[in-house]
Design a protein around this ligand. Structure first.
Ligand code: NAP
Length: 304
């Protein structure tokens, strides 16, 4: 019973445009949560299973958008949003579009103008989980744009996961998305690189992974991320427990060990160069968090 959609619709109708892996997960979740669900996709065969479970397939994009007060757009990018929705411009007037495509803040701002010019309410959003986790109450969905539009659709958006409203600026959702993805890739690369380094001496991956997590969580995550946020905000980096010079030394050792062990050394070398930049900028006596000052500026042009 749990994963079967109920035939008893009692909730707000929703349209989903785009049935890639993520759009399919959104539509399945809405159906399961008893939202009358209309779908449209460029390749209409992808809707077959949803239709067999009670979804309505729009005859056109305009038909699909007209079926619901709220349309979720889940396409490859912002360019495909215009390609798909431009022919339905008349239908979006008086309705709300929530765009869940990945992109940049500038693209989110342009999409807001596009929607406003066509008389549609608009929220920009970002999905922070893979398709199988859509619909779980703790799955984070980020939204930004007019508060009133978010409030009007909050209950419906709760069917997909935990909606986090970030503010009026429509670029905030995608800005947070790329910031968090950058954090994820940097963390994954740090772990993969460290595992390659210990693997060069034959350390089993699982053994290292357990040691790494036991050390990393209390020492790095818990005592740095939240605890140090006020110091970062204030630009306060006292070096009395360890200086940038000391950290440069550590980064040098990592880089030289990689070379000795025959492991890729570019990632630690880049971190070493960033710490060296902080020292050049006058932070040699500060703690490592002063690297934040380097990250806040655009990178100097790299020599060709
Ligand atoms: P995707 O490959 O990014 O997008 C597939 C969808 O875009 C399909 O509906 C496809 O239609 C449509 N599409 C692409 N180009 C089009 C065009 N020119 N005109 C009309 N439709 C076009 O797959 P996805 O995984 O479902 O992702 C959708 C969005 O969710 C993306 O922006 C992605 O970044 C975001 N997202 C995905 C994940 C994930 O884990 N999958 C997680 C978070 C966020 P056809 O079926 O006809 O090709």
């Amino acid at each position: 019973m749990t994963n079967q959609p109920s035939t008893q619709f009692t909730r707000t109708p929703v349209t989903v445009i785009g049935l890639g892996p993520m759009g399919l997960a959104l539509a399945e979740t809405l159906l399961r949560n008893r939202h009358p669900t209309t779908v449209w996709n460029r390749t209409s065969e992808k809707a077959r299973d949803l239709v067999s479970r009670g979804a309505h397939l729009g005859a056109s994009v305009a038909d699909a958008v007209s079926a619901s007060p709220l349309t979720l757009v889940c396409l490859k990018d912002y360019a495909s949003l215009y390609e798909v929705l431009d022919p339905a411009a008349g239908a979006v007037a008086g309705r709300t579009v929530v765009n869940l495509n990945s992109g940049t803040p500038k693209e989110a701002h342009a999409a807001t103008v596009w929607a406003t010019e066509r008389g549609a309410g608009y929220l920009d959003g970002a999905i922070m989980v893979p398709p199988p986790l859509v619909g779980e109450p703790e799955s984070v969905f980020l939204y930004s744009g007019p508060r009133a539009v978010f409030d009007a659709h909050r209950a419906t958006l709760e069917s997909l996961g935990e909606p986090r409203y970030l503010g009026d600026d429509p670029g905030l959702a995608v800005l947070h998305n790329v910031a968090l993805l950058g954090l994820m890739y940097a963390t994954m690369n740090g772990f993969l690189h460290a595992t390659a380094l210990t693997g060069s001496a034959g350390v089993p991956t699982e053994e290292f992974a357990r040691l790494a997590v036991d050390w990393f969580l209390p020492t790095v995550v818990n005592s740095t991320l939240i605890e140090q946020a006020p110091a970062l905000e204030a630009g306060h980096y006292p070096g009395d427990l360890g200086t940038m010079e000391m950290n440069l030394n550590a980064l040098d050792h990592i880089t030289r060990t990689c070379v000795e062990q025959g492991v890729h050394a570019e990632q630690p070398r880049l971190m070493r160069d960033i710490a060296a930049q902080a020292i050049d900028d006058g932070h040699g006596g500060s703690n490592y968090l002063a690297v934040f000052e380097v990250f806040k500026k655009a990178a100097a042009a790299r020599p060709a």
